[in-house]
Design a protein around this ligand. Sequence first.
Ligand SMILES: [Zn+2]
Length: 284
Amino acid sequence: MQELPEVDIYRAMLAERYAGAQVTAMHIHKELRESDGGHDVSQDVVGQSIWFVERRAQHLVFHLDNGKRFLIHMSDGVTAYCGLAADSAQPSEPALSLDFQERRLSFFGLRAGDLSIMSVKGLEGYMKTFGLDPLDKRVTPSRLKERFAKKRSSLKTALMDEKLMTGIGNVYSDEIAFEARIRPETKVAVLGESEWERLHAAIVHVLREAISHGGIGESPLFEGDILTGGYRERLQVYNRAGEACHRCGGSIQRIAVGSRKAFACDGCQNDSSSIGADEESLPQ
Ligand SMILES: [Zn+2]
């Protein structure tokens, strides 16, 4: 799945470019329309101005001036590109393109069901089907604990569970566990108070840092985009097996958590030292 920072970077960059602009034309690729049962959202979008672009879970939500919300689900592999309608340099035909006079915003890799139009009320109802947004200010360490602690799963599995929390996948779950100094295979049920605090702080810190440094996306959003992908070189553990830990100098290990690969440092993500004092508060 596409993780939160990458979707949020799209949101910020698209809002900067298109807020206030009017959609003058829209094209949905024949294959996408057919796979979506002929569903065509363009009559609700063309002619409307975009007021605002928001991220909700893994969706970009365009607020239109007819009061409706146009949702694009940024599922795995979906990318966007801002260019000109006259541009012929695009590598493949987009699944969706939105024209703003001479400017064109294209999306690639969309699948059936990724596009929808909703009312404000409909959107709020739909969003109730998703887990917590990790960057929602109402998510506190105690709320996090309340939500996670009853699970039997490991930390990595719990972080990636979209019903608990949205937007954390394979990469940022390892980075968050490292930042919190908790091993990814630790069962969430044994975490103590101080660890919930550290975990909460790590979630916010890692995601915000990733957003501010451009995330790990591989496709530039526009010609000359030097932001996208900037966080790749700042990853602390993900895909760094055998390399030195930037924090303790130890060696980063590749491990298995359930059926997934994970990366952690043996030196500074050490459960025996970190659980300790809080153990008496374990659920009976
Ligand atoms: Zn280390």
